[in-house]
Design a binder for this molecule. Structure first.
Ligand code: 6R9
Length: 645
């Protein structure tokens, strides 16, 4: 691993909110006196009734409870819109760039106010009130942000389902939180291709009962509307006013649910609340991207993922920033698209994912070099470990060696970034997320939960709470406790492995549980396995990750067929299609190996360690196989492995 040090550029340090001395001072204050620190920074948002209590949290597995600013009240949408109107009414809040380069739209804060108020009134007319869950299944259009903020205005809880999920996955997430109102669009548009969102909703609702489906018109494509249930947003919007009083909510009232994959079972509904989340999202956004009033900030994520929640919508808008929202994909109509958009809108802060960088790297540097990019000042990366080669390419060619890269480590569960450089404070090492943000106490532990000191490697835990932390798994607090606080008692366990070097820098090495990270999307191997065994010809399945040049990790599937079924190319194709249909295209297996048997212990446990090694094409050192019930299956697996160098 490269350990070249990139010092903070003097001009960046001079102009930044935080330089190294300030970082040290603030970090120390945040750890020695969290109440004092967060009591002060909690004031960065507007409270209707100011809080008098700051931190009230316990990681004791018998009583996990996380509360911040618990007696304060606020409205999140008023913080993201209303409070900016006086000074920033005419400032662009959202710059929307369509899939087709000929389409873009600028929405000022004043316009955002009108749109969100109208959207809130439409939802209210559909019966949505404080505490209700609303499922959003939308493409990257401004209405996605309007709908989120409209829910927040009403005190309702949004649950966004990424548009790449199948009707089955959508149905599971609608019923999981008992949403009675769904917001979708006729179709999405990505890379010139249409995504049948409304048709997917119709399929999802074949077995579910909801009150209303609000349909935003995006492409004008033909969709069927169910009388009494489905309404067009544009028709309803004509009937309502553009003023809706923001509903006062408690700091600990829920803001949103977001389903995410874990190592076991079905996806869990990660619940975030209002006050602490907004304080943390806005503060991290300001300091980590060093975002100033005249910046044009672009995060390329989808609002269907947590990055879109915190760093396209809530963080930037709470700060009164200009946030760019992109409907398309990096390669359409050409691999210059990102950089064309940077030039077109004079983007100064650009936040993306390693998988996109690797794909564009593969397309050739000429697509970058023919663009100007002189507006860029700060670059960012999120979603998976960035390999030093991709880091270097991003730094050299996209940022012309001028722009610091913030490699930001965090999770759906953490609400905001936890480990990251600050542009004006932190010397960079390619591939390292560097140091903790204010209030964050990372530690590395061994398998027994002993805290390891100094330069070492271990499992990454966080020792105490920060305001943006998830509060519970929706409807299943016990699962929350079990998943995050029981492996290592009294600590939040991230599920990631990590190394810490001599300078105290953190290097995330990837998941240590049965979660794989495919193009920055989290996928539970258990979910893919349960989809596969639901196929009538499959008897048993095991899924592991393997290194993939573009995706970071690819999905490697071992299947054992039912007696009498024969392996074939056609069947492999059928299984791929099956998984796409059950979960969504993002879960599509890359490699499928038909195996007469899987390696098991004598007690019947699948030995995934062996399957991982074979999938990695590194089977010389399989470790201890003496506990295998039938050692011969391993030879067959090696013989027929699918990933050959
Ligand atoms: C924000 C987000 C979380 C998992 C996390 C880790 C991986 C995210 C990373 C990173 C190394 C980074 N991850 N950022 N690994 N360096 N900068 O991605 O949330 O979808 O919940 O995924 O992603 O493995 O545990 P989420």
């Amino acid at each position: 691993m490269s350990e070249t040090l990139y010092p903070v550029p003097a001009d960046i340090a001079a102009a930044a909110y935080i330089d190294d001395a300030k970082y040290q001072e603030m970090y120390k204050a945040s750890i020695t006196n969290p109440d004092g620190f967060w009591g002060e920074h909690g004031k960065r948002i507007d409270w209707i009734k100011p809080f008098t209590k700051v931190k009230n949290t316990s990681y004791d597995p018998h009583n996990v409870s996380i509360k911040w600013f618990e007696d304060g009240t606020l409205n999140v949408s008023a913080n993201c819109i209303d409070r900016h109107l006086e000074t920033r009414g005419d400032k662009p809040a959202i710059i929307w760039e369509g899939d087709d380069p000929s389409e873009h739209k600028v929405i000022t804060y004043r316009e955002l106010y009108a749109e969100v108020n109208k959207f809130a009134n439409v939802l209210h007319a559909m019966g949505v009130k404080k505490g209700d869950r609303v499922t959003l299944y939308l493409p990257m259009i401004p209405e996605a942000a309007y709908a989120m903020l409209a829910c927040a205005r009403l005190g309702a809880i949004h649950s966004i389902v990424f548009g790449g999920f199948s009707p089955d996955s959508l149905a599971q997430r609608i019923s999981g939180c008992d949403s009675k109102v769904i917001v979708t669009a006729d179709e999405g548009l990505r890379g010139g291709r249409k995504v049948p969102l409304k048709a997917n909703v119709d399929k999802a609702l074949e077995t579910l009962d909801v009150d209303k489906v609000v349909v935003v018109r995006r492409t004008g494509g033909d969709v069927s509307m169910t009388e009494g249930r489905d309404v067009w947003y544009h028709e309803e919007a004509e009937r309502v006013s553009d003023h809706c009083e923001p509903v006062e909510v408690n700091a600990e009232d829920p803001l949103f649910i977001l389903y995410t994959s874990g190592s076991t079972g079905q996806p869990k509904g990660v619940l975030h609340t209002s006050g602490g989340y907004l304080v943390y999202a806005s503060m991290t956004h300001q300091y980590i991207f060093d975002c100033k009033d005249d910046d044009i900030y672009w995060c390329t994520a989808d609002v269907g993922w947590v990055t879109g929640h915190s760093y396209i919508v809530y963080g930037p808008l709470a700060n009164g920033a200009t946030t760019l929202m992109f409907e398309g994909i990096p390669s359409y109509p050409s691999p210059s698209r990102f950089w064309d958009v940077v030039d077109k809108h004079k983007v100064s802060i650009f936040y993306t994912a390693p998988t996109a960088i690797r794909a564009l790297m593969g397309a050739g540097v000429e697509h970058v070099e023919k663009t100007d990019r002189s507006s860029l000042r700060i670059l960012g990366s999120v979603g998976e470990p960035i390999n030093p080669e991709a880091w270097q390419w991003f730094y050299d060619h996209v940022g012309n060696k001028r722009c610091p890269i913030v490699d930001t480590w965090w999770q759906t569960e953490t609400g905001g970034i936890l480990i990251t450089p600050l542009p004006g404070a932190t010397a960079l090492k390619p591939g390292s997320a560097t140091r903790p943000f204010f209030g964050v106490q990372p530690a590395l532990v061994d398998a027994e939960g002993q805290i390891l000191e100094g330069a070492t490697e271990g499992n990454l835990v966080i020792l105490d709470s920060w305001p943006g932390q998830m509060r519970t798994v929706y409807g299943d607090h016990e699962r929350f406790v079990q998943t995050y606080f029981s492996t290592y008692k009294g600590m939040y366990f991230s599920g990631d492995g990590c190394r810490r070097d001599e300078d105290g820098y953190y290097w995330i090495t990837g998941r240590v549980d049965d979660v794989i990270n495919v193009s920055g999307h989290r996928m539970g191997t258990a979910e893919v396995e349960s989809a596969l065994v639901a196929h009538p010809k499959v008897s048993e399945a095991a899924v592991v990750g393997y290194p993939h040049d573009l995706k970071g990790q690819g999905i490697y599937v071992y299947v054992t067929l039912m007696d009498g079924e024969e392996p074939s190319e056609d069947l492999a194709k059928e299984l791929r299609g099956w998984v796409r249909q059950e979960i969504g295209p993002i879960a599509s297996p890359d490699l499928i190996q038909f195996a007469p048997g899987l390696p098991k212990t004598r007690s019947g446990k699948i030995m995934r360690r062996i399957l991982r090694k074979i999938a990695e094409d590194s089977f010389d050192n399989l470790g201890d196989t003496s506990t295998l019930a039938d050692p011969a299956v391993v030879e067959d697996l090696i013989e027929n492995r699918q990933n050959r160098a």
